[in-house]
Design a protein around this ligand. Structure first.
Ligand code: CA2
Length: 146
């Protein structure tokens, strides 16, 4: 199984700013942790981060035929991007929405997810572990549906 982890705007700042909200691990630390976990499950993972909506849309398009799942922390685009939602729907690849923070316990504008409508499910609020839980969800979803 091949899984693409997509990360949206500002997540390149992880571990360097606002650790009280987003934790002290960098995105590269999270990637290493996820890769170790993926190896145990014989899953191939690729990480990608962009601050640009169109880049994320292009990555989703390029996932066709290359990935079985997309695990997506779209960051602020979660709440605004019809383009990313349409891309996920368009490619027909199972996608899982993840967040470091509990978006339901924060500002009201974070409670609405546009991309969630195109995803099989979502995980929110477990810090860096949300990435591991996202991977576990993909593995279990794949087993249940193949
Ligand atoms: O909790 C999450 O993972 C979010 O996707 C993070 C987004 C936020 O807009 C979503 O509502 C929830 C923000 C990512 C910003 O990342 C930063 C990391 C370090 C310092 C500043 C921003």
């Amino acid at each position: 199984m091949k899984v693409l982890f997509l990360n949206g705007p500002n997540l390149n700042l992880l571990g360097q700013r606002e650790p009280e909200i987003y934790g002290s691990m960098t995105l590269s630390d999270i990637e290493d942790m996820v890769c170790q976990h993926a190896e145990k499950h014989k899953v191939e993972v690729v990480f990608y981060q962009s601050n640009h909506e169109g880049e994320l849309v292009t990555q989703i398009h390029q996932a066709i035929g290359n990935y079985d799942y997309i695990i997506l922390n779209a960051a602020a685009y979660t709440h605004t991007s019809i383009a990313i939602k349409d891309a996920i729907t368009g490619v027909g690849i199972n996608a899982i929405e993840i967040h470091l923070t509990n978006v339901h316990a924060r500002e009201s504008y974070r409670r609405k997810s546009i991309i969630g409508q195109a995803c099989v499910g979502n995980i929110s609020g477990f810090g860096a572990s949300s990435y591991i839980l996202g991977l576990e969800a993909a593995i279990l979803h794949d087993k249940a549906n193949s």
